[in-house]
Design a binder for this molecule. Structure first.
Ligand SMILES: [Zn+2]
Length: 202
């Protein structure tokens, strides 16, 4: 008995996979198969290179974004926390089925017609910007074009939280100093509350 080749695999062209003559070395190509095979290998390499570059660019972008956020000042974090707080206020009042706090009319929750309206405005009472008693779902119409309709807002607010709480709000002049870390915490707290409310409706 004679020993055969070490490998049971037949000798085939790498491109067309056809059997090569026995005397040819393994892993070879027909002369006419060399060019198309090289072209396929190069295309594979190019795809891999492009994918890698794209991934690096994405990582770079993420890192840049993280660095930019790290550099943001209090103004950025106040706005970010306020956005989350306001989302919570709208969702809270929507789930409770509340009408507009000042007009008493039903709110249209489809689209973008409802604001989180502050009773004492963020401009004149910035220390109450994150006070849940001071902020309620209100139609955009009332909040933006009727200057918040403060007189009716007060009546609606008394009905909602009681005269005593309204008077506490009205007397509150104590300024709050939120650090950036405080603001990040407020944002995280309201994001969690929003998630909780959303989970309750599912
Ligand atoms: Zn071939």
């Amino acid at each position: 008995m004679t020993l055969r080749s070490h490998s049971p695999k037949p000798n085939r062209c790498k491109h067309c996979k056809e059997r090569m003559p026995e005397d040819k070395a393994r892993h070879v190509l027909h002369p006419e198969c060399i060019d198309p095979w090289v072209a396929i290998q190069q295309a594979k390499q190019n795809r891999a290179r492009v994918a890698k570059q794209r991934k690096l660019a994405e990582l770079d972008k993420r890192e840049t974004r993280a660095k930019l956020i790290e550099k943001k000042g209090r103004g950025y974090w106040i706005a970010a926390a306020q956005k989350e707080f306001n989302t919570f206020i709208r969702l809270r009042d929507q789930l409770a089925g509340h009408p507009c706090i000042s007009s008493g009319r039903p709110l249209n929750w489809t689209g973008n017609a409802v604001d989180a309206g502050h009773y004492r405005s963020r401009g004149s009472a910035p220390h109450l910007r994150f006070d849940e008693r001071n902020c309620h779902a209100q139609s955009k119409q009332e909040n933006r074009y009727a200057s918040g309709n403060v007189v009716d807002y007060r009546l609606g607010l008394i009905a909602r939280i009681g005269l005593e709480s309204v008077e506490v709000l009205e007397a509150d002049q104590e300024s709050r100093k939120w650090s950036i870390d405080d603001l990040k915490q407020i944002k995280a707290t309201y994001a969690a509350k929003v998630r909780e409310l959303k989970a309750r409706t599912e």
